[in-house]
Design a binder for this molecule. Structure first.
Ligand code: ZN
Length: 130
């Protein structure tokens, strides 16, 4: 094998490596940025889902406090971004919001799955609720 062939192979390897490594050299910005409208509502729903996961045993009681604290911080950040205030939000406000959302819950008479009081159809079995 002559020097030209070796050089060609090396340059092909180098170019391939650069193309493959491109995302590693320039990682895309994380999709955080300014909070979209509705982020807070999503975080509240996530908190509610986390509580459901705990009661259903999908998350261990050891992992629950850390996961809940993380979601609480995200919810506070989302709410602060949406209301465009820089005031630190107390976790009491979020607790109250979660409670308010939970009190808006009813149960499907067909399958027993929790539904929101203003839902028209059950998300699980499709039964008409009103
Ligand atoms: Zn149902």
């Amino acid at each position: 094998m002559d020097a030209g062939a070796i050089l060609l192979i090396l340059s092909v390897i180098l170019i391939t490596g650069l193309i493959i490594g491109q995302p590693l050299l320039h990682p895309a910005a994380p999709p955080s940025g300014p909070a979209r409208p509705g982020r807070y509502a999503e975080q509240l729903a996530s908190l509610e889902a986390l509580e459901m996961d705990l009661t259903q045993g999908k998350i261990s009681p050891e992992d629950y406090p850390a996961a809940r604290a993380r979601l609480m911080n995200q919810a506070a950040a989302a709410l602060n971004a949406e209301t465009e205030t820089q005031l630190p939000l107390s976790s009491d406000a979020i607790e109250a919001a979660v409670l308010a959302r939970r009190s808006n819950r009813a149960f499907c008479p067909g399958c027993g799955k929790p539904v929101l009081a203003d839902d028209v159809f059950c998300a699980k079995c499709g039964r008409k609720l009103h």
